[in-house]
Design a protein around this ligand. Structure first.
Ligand code: 5RP
Length: 264
């Protein structure tokens, strides 16, 4: 691997643990002002010191993130559809490599929609992005998106989508945790980070999901709503970090969450 790409990978996935906690705040690119991400700076600022990378669009990066930050950026570079439009899967690449480099990003990310009407278009987006990004040693994150069809998130589908992403050259794949997740990890030769999905009922549910995912081979999380829609987002991300980087059990994470919650 080229030095530049290896260095970027080491910035976004900790080489000592092979793990990472990324904070996803890209939701507005198709959802608009999502609950508790209405004013992105307010959501991002307190969490930024606790994430290993921030997954964000260029618009929110430029307007709402302090450029003095040391936190690496993984830039969301796909979009073009909205939650009220005809089809969420109709995405293109929305940011040039030149602009990504200008923003000094550590990685770029886009969604692929396997099994959707625009499957081929989004897979070709990925292949093109890998071609362009490899030229500059920039790792590509592929997100195995399901749009509104959340029920699609089973091991058979996710293993297929993750493997295709890796085959087309993604350096990291983001997917969902599921029953039989080991099969998804086994078939994907690049690191996997998991999304949290819509907010779960309890903190313990989030800790269990994270714990199971990393114990089954995930490199970590690229999590959004289950962190910043919580009433105590800093306590939440600290607990998630303990699970990902220290193999803390869900019970230990819960204790830590309670302690940190009392600090604020
Ligand atoms: C949307 C995304 C989001 O970043 C992703 O869903 C992660 O956030 P959450 O944990 O809230 O699901 O990639 O396509």
């Amino acid at each position: 691997m080229d030095w530049g790409k290896q260095n970027r990978m080491a910035r976004i996935i900790k080489p000592d643990t092979g793990r990472a906690v990324w904070l996803a705040v890209d939701h507005g690119y198709f959802l608009g002002p999502t609950r508790r991400l209405e004013v992105p700076r307010r959501t991002i600022e307190p969490l930024l010191p606790f994430c290993d990378a921030l997954f964000v669009t260029r618009g929110i990066l430029r307007t709402s993130v302090d450029p003095n930050t040391a936190t690496p950026i993984v830039l969301r570079v796909s979009g073009g559809s909205s939650v009220i439009g005809k089809d969420l899967s109709d995405e293109g690449i929305t940011t040039s490599m030149r602009d990504a480099i200008r923003l000094n990003v550590a990685g770029v990310g886009l969604s692929i929609f396997v099994g959707s009407e625009f499957e081929s278009q989004t897979l070709k987006n990925l292949a093109k992005l890998v071609d362009d990004a490899e030229e500059y040693g920039i790792p590509v994150l592929a997100v195995t998106a399901v749009g509104k069809e959340l029920e699609k998130r089973d091991a058979r589908f996710l293993a297929l989508a993750c493997r295709i992403a890796a085959e087309l050259g993604a350096s990291v794949v983001k997917t969902y945790h599921c029953e039989g997740f080991e099969k998804v990890v086994e078939g994907c030769p690049v690191p996997i980070v998991i999304a949290g999905g819509p907010k779960l009922e309890t903190e313990m549910d989030v800790f269990r999901l994270t714990y199971e995912a990393v114990q089954q081979g995930a490199a970590g999380v690229d999590m959004g709503r289950n962190i910043w829609q919580n009433d105590f987002p800093v306590a939440m991300i600290k607990a998630i970090r303990a699970i990902v980087h220290e193999n803390a059990t869900p019970e230990v994470a819960m204790e830590l969450y309670r302690e940190c919650r009392n600090e604020v």
